[in-house]
Design a protein around this ligand. Structure first.
Ligand code: ADP
Length: 162
């Protein structure tokens, strides 16, 4: 069985992430989307909230499983017996950072964890969780960026009832 993990902050999940999830789920038999509990970043949503939103947004995809982890991706992947990590590329600016992480993961896992990149669908190339949060914090329209139930949760965090 071919399995992959798609790790990330998903704070919160956007249509850009969902596009990558859908496409990766078609390539692999099982896809684990795993929320990284990153102590350095200050997230808007807790890990539990992010997991719940991802579960709701991927309900129609039977081979997608949602999980969370802390620590090193290579340790997590080894425990789950997963050998491929999925990452999304939006622009050349993502590439430099992602390349370094991919090479580090391959090196430090003794070649056991490879990274597969999916390039963004053009309509989502501009989209990031940070931009969505920024727009929502000023009560702007984010309906084209995230599912409706996610938008509601973001607005609620900023004190807007819409
Ligand atoms: P991280 O903090 O790990 O970068 P993110 O949630 O920001 O977490 O992103 C997770 C992954 O999804 C990254 O590989 C990122 O490049 C990718 N990604 C984010 N937004 C998009 C998008 N609009 N299109 C394609 N890939 C995306």
């Amino acid at each position: 069985m071919k399995a992959a993990v798609y790790p990330g902050s998903f704070d919160p999940v956007t249509y850009g992430h969902l596009d990558i999830i859908r496409r990766a789920a078609e390539i692999f038999d099982e896809l684990t989307v795993s929320v990284l509990n990153n102590k350095i970043k200050t997230p808007l949503f807790s890990v539990e909230e992010r997991v719940k939103m991802l579960e709701e947004a991927t309900r129609d995809l039977p081979n997608v499983r949602i999980d969370s982890f802390s620590g090193l991706l290579i340790d997590y992947a080894r425990k789950q017996d997963i050998h491929v990590a999925i990452r999304g590329l939006r622009a050349i600016t993502d590439f430099e950072y992602e390349l370094q992480i991919a090479q580090t993961n391959r090196k430090f896992s003794d070649g056991e964890l490879d990274t597969m990149f999916l390039t963004t669908s053009l309509e989502y190339a501009y989209l990031s969780s940070s931009t969505v949060k920024e727009i929502a914090s000023f009560n702007g329209d984010i309906s084209q960026c995230v599912p409706e139930f996610v938008a509601k949760s973001i607005y609620a965090k900023y004190g807007y009832d819409r």
